[in-house]
Ligand binder design. Structure first.
Ligand code: CP3
Length: 354
């Protein structure tokens, strides 16, 4: 396996990579860099291999998944790969009728609104996602010392799609259930926690060296509601994979007020969007955790000089952090010039070379 055993077997080149060292808050030769949504999105070579293949189907083809996952590593020289998939893949794998509509996002044929609907959420087994195990086997061989990040959607963010039936700005149906039928809500999030934990375990056992839980839309919640109605389900996911000893990253958008709780839920690394500077984020998260972030992804549409100025702001705020993984504050935007990402990677590496 690419992962050194948590019980202390000999470290490997992957274990000693800058990315995994930064996650463990160990000294690094340079600040490691990767980008959320680096696979797919802005790359012409991605659009070429995806031609004519629907998004969710592309996730079930191990050779294609391997190629798309490797593309940004080859092109930008980033310090980690992220597994090409989507947060709704495990839900599709247990038989839910859902699709990803281009330009829209995940759409669920029959939203989950009642207790009877919960019965459709059965457990996920490794056999349901055998293509994931196969693809990660191929990938870890190709990646050498570059770590692979596995990921899943967090229970709240998955529930937001399932209850709304698709993307939402307000999450009114999900919140109606959360406030109006807290028992049903808790049971829904608990089911999703089990499915998510099972999906992350498959990825780690196949060779993923770190995992990221995307609670992208948790920023819609007040801290008291997050603590009361969401946090324990995410904590269940983190607890379920704690024994593997791989770093666990926890990310959401607009979560400035939730950073402390998101760390407390069980993360080793807390993702920060661009709205809170990293030094302030570190105060909110508290000691014992690394931070990941946090360049505003729209900065990449500006001039190279402006990008460098904004990157230095991020790096200045990161001085003195226990561990820093450079990333954008949210995913790469589809229209981003890929060369801007390559330049950004090189710039962070040279600015932080020790
Ligand atoms: O990060 C990576 O490069 C790995 C692949 C990845 C995808 N989705 C592939 C994808 C990851 C990590 C995700 C996570 C994901 N999916 C999240 C959390 C991350 C975030 O941005 O907050 C969310 C909320 C989703 C749900 C989803 N899937 C959305 C909102 C969309 C965009 C719809 C659109 O077309 O604008 C998708 C589709 C999707 N997932 C694409 C890719 C490459 C685009 C589909 C395509 O190329 O046809």
């Amino acid at each position: 396996s690419a992962n050194a055993s948590p019980t202390g077997m000999q470290p490997t080149a992957t274990y000693d990579s800058p990315f995994l060292k930064a996650c463990r808050r160990e000294p690094v030769p340079h600040t490691p860099v990767w980008f959320m949504r680096q696979a797919g999105r802005s790359l012409p070579e991605y659009r070429k291999v995806r031609e004519g293949i629907p998004m969710l189907e592309s996730c079930t083809r191990p050779e294609l998944v391997t190629e798309i996952t490797l593309q940004p590593v080859r092109r930008h020289g980033v310090d980690a790969a992220i597994y090409y998939s989507d947060i709704v893949v495990p839900l599709k794998a247990i038989g839910l009728d859902l699709d990803i509509k281009p330009g829209v996002g995940p759409v669920v044929a029959e939203p989950v609104r009642t207790r009877a609907d919960l019965a459709r959420l059965r457990d996920l087994t490794p056999e349901d996602v055998s293509y994931v195990t196969e693809a990660i086997g191929l990938l870890t061989r190709e990646l050498g010392a570059t770590p692979l990040i596995g990921f899943a959607g967090a229970p709240f963010t998955l529930a937001s799609y399932l209850v709304e039936g698709g993307p939402s700005r307000t999450y009114e149906n999900a919140k109606a259930m959360m406030y109006g039928d807290p028992e049903l809500w808790a049971d829904l999030l608990d089911r999703l926690a089990d499915i998510t934990a099972a999906f992350l375990k498959v990825q780690i056992e196949a060779g993923a060296s770190a995992v990221q839980l995307f609670d992208s839309w948790a920023g819609a919640l007040a801290p008291a509601d997050y603590r009361r109605s969401v946090m324990s389900a995410s904590a269940k996911v983190f607890d379920a994979v704690a024994g593997y000893g791989v770093p666990r990253i926890h990310f959401g958008v607009g979560t400035g007020e939730l950073l402390g709780l998101m760390g407390e839920a069980g993360a080793d690394v807390v993702g920060v969007d661009w709205r809170v500077p990293l030094d302030e984020a570190a105060r909110r998260v508290g000691p014992g955790k690394a931070l990941q972030g946090n360049l505003d992804p729209t900065v990449l549409f500006s001039t190279p000089d402006a990008v460098e100025t904004k990157v230095r702001e991020v790096l200045d705020a990161a001085v003195g952090l226990e561990g820093h993984v450079f990333n954008l504050g949210h995913g790469v935007m589809p229209a981003t010039d890929p060369d801007a990402l390559t330049r950004l990677t090189e710039y962070v590496h040279t600015q932080t070379a020790r």
